[in-house]
Design a protein around this ligand. Structure first.
Ligand SMILES: *[C@@H]1O[C@H](CO)[C@@H](O)[C@H](O)[C@H]1NC(C)=O
Ligand SMILES: *[C@@H]1O[C@H](CO)[C@@H](O)[C@H](O)[C@H]1NC(C)=O
Length: 388
């Protein structure tokens, strides 16, 4: 928290896509300096509006978004790093999905750019000693970088070689695969390229915390099954270990059945499970959002600081998310009627709901990245965002 003491941040909310009635899902947090909320220069227009409420951000004009690098990975996915000057963000995309982002300005780079990452980073306050962490899914390395900067060793498993390369080249991630690998791994942790499920069913090792953050426009079903959670509990976690799953989905209404199934499955495996949304559940009630579930066999609570930056953080900043997320608990245990699906091969996700979530995120991605960039990437807009 060294750097954080110096500043604070507010947020710029991203508007819902105007062509769709689906509301906003995941928000960009915004950096500002403390004492007078001085706005980070490159984003002043967007931010001053954001501080007033939840404005629509106009789609950035052509000059604001620059493609830094794009590559097709071995699985045929288009991975790209873009720079949105107006928002002061570097963005990592996989196909049509934003999988990570980081502030361009170095002094803000340890602050989560999205509320979903701020919520996950709050895991540092769980009442456990976190020494070794396993992260499934790298993205732009926000959470691994944050934990590593707090002297926690984080091993990473990521299926896309290209994502690992771009995280290393553009987002300050150390894969520890070159140079003095041993010293690097000792300090930061190692990086394995491969499928998370194959990795989990291979050789094991014990961790204090396993983080699953594998959303790529959909939540891959093969990593969200009863079998996988049991494997993590039995082979990868210490008895007091914690599994944290970031799942993108709905928390209320009929479309929440998959999220509820996820929570129910975790409760079937672990003694305690609590899920949180990355914004107030009363806001954007019908929107998909990051739902972060923590599960453990031993009770846990969070020791979130209340002084310093945490005494009065700017609304919608990432510290503010950390201070308030415990009030945003969702997916409570159902009263004595846990209908667990018995077949351990059963996967949680159903295709129709996935399409809904994808469309939702595609419309979100469109508000950050203008269409000519998608065209340049060969990822032309689809009709999904205009359905419903
Ligand atoms: C963490 O807090 C819970 C109560 O919330 C307590 O039961 C548990 O023993 C604590 N665990 C550790 C390792 O301190
Ligand atoms: C429990 O689940 C069954 C089957 O879904 C349902 O018929 C029943 O009403 C539920 N009971 C309660 C108390 O919710």
């Amino acid at each position: 928290m060294r750097r954080r003491e110096k500043k604070d941040h507010a947020k710029a909310a991203l508007s819902a896509d105007r062509s769709s009635s689906i509301a906003v899902n995941s928000f960009v947090t915004r950096c500002v300096a403390t004492g007078g909320l001085v706005v980070f220069a490159v984003a002043s227009a967007g931010l001053s509006l954001a501080l007033l409420g939840r404005p629509d951000l106009d789609a950035p004009s052509d000059g604001h978004v620059r493609l830094l690098e794009a590559k097709t990975d071995l699985n045929g996915h288009v991975v790209a790093t873009l720079q949105n000057q107006e928002l002061g963000l570097k963005i990592l995309t996989l196909d049509r999905c934003i999988i990570g982002a980081q502030y361009l300005q170095e002094e803000f780079q340890d602050q989560a750019a999205f509320t979903g990452f701020a919520l996950q980073e709050a895991v540092v306050f769980v009442n456990r000693s976190l020494r070794r962490v396993l992260q499934l899914g790298l993205g732009a390395a926000s959470v691994p970088n944050f934990l590593r900067s707090r002297r926690i060793q984080v091993d990473v498993v990521e299926v896309s070689e290209t994502v690992i390369d771009m995280a290393e080249k553009h987002f300050g991630f150390s894969s520890c695969r070159r140079g003095n690998t041993k010293a690097c791994q000792q300090r930061f942790g190692r990086t394995v390229q491969g499928d998370g499920r194959e990795f989990l069913f291979g050789r094991d090792r014990r961790y204090d915390l396993v983080i699953s953050d594998v959303f790529v426009g959909s939540n891959p079903g093969h990593l969200h099954s009863l079998e996988v959670f049991q494997r993590i509990q039995q082979q990868w976690l210490w008895p007091s270990g914690v599994l944290m799953v970031n799942f993108v989905g709905f928390h209320s209404g009929h479309r929440s059945h998959i999220s509820r199934k996820l929570a129910r499955t975790l409760r079937h495996v672990f003694a305690t499970t609590r899920c949180f949304r990355d914004e107030d559940p009363a806001e954007h009630l019908d929107a998909a959002a990051n739902l972060v579930c923590l599960a453990s066999d031993q009770a846990f609570h969070f020791n979130v600081p209340t002084t310093g930056d945490f005494s009065n953080p700017a609304p919608f900043s990432s510290v503010w998310v950390m201070k308030h997320f415990q009030q945003w608990q969702v997916l409570p245990a159902e009263d004595g009627n846990e209908s667990i699906f018995q077949d351990s091969q059963n996967e949680l996700l159903e295709m129709d709901s996935q399409a809904e979530i994808q469309a939702h995120f595609w419309s979100h991605a469109q508000t950050l990245i203008p269409s000519h960039v998608w065209t340049a990437l060969g990822l032309l807009c689809c009709s999904e965002s205009r359905k419903n």
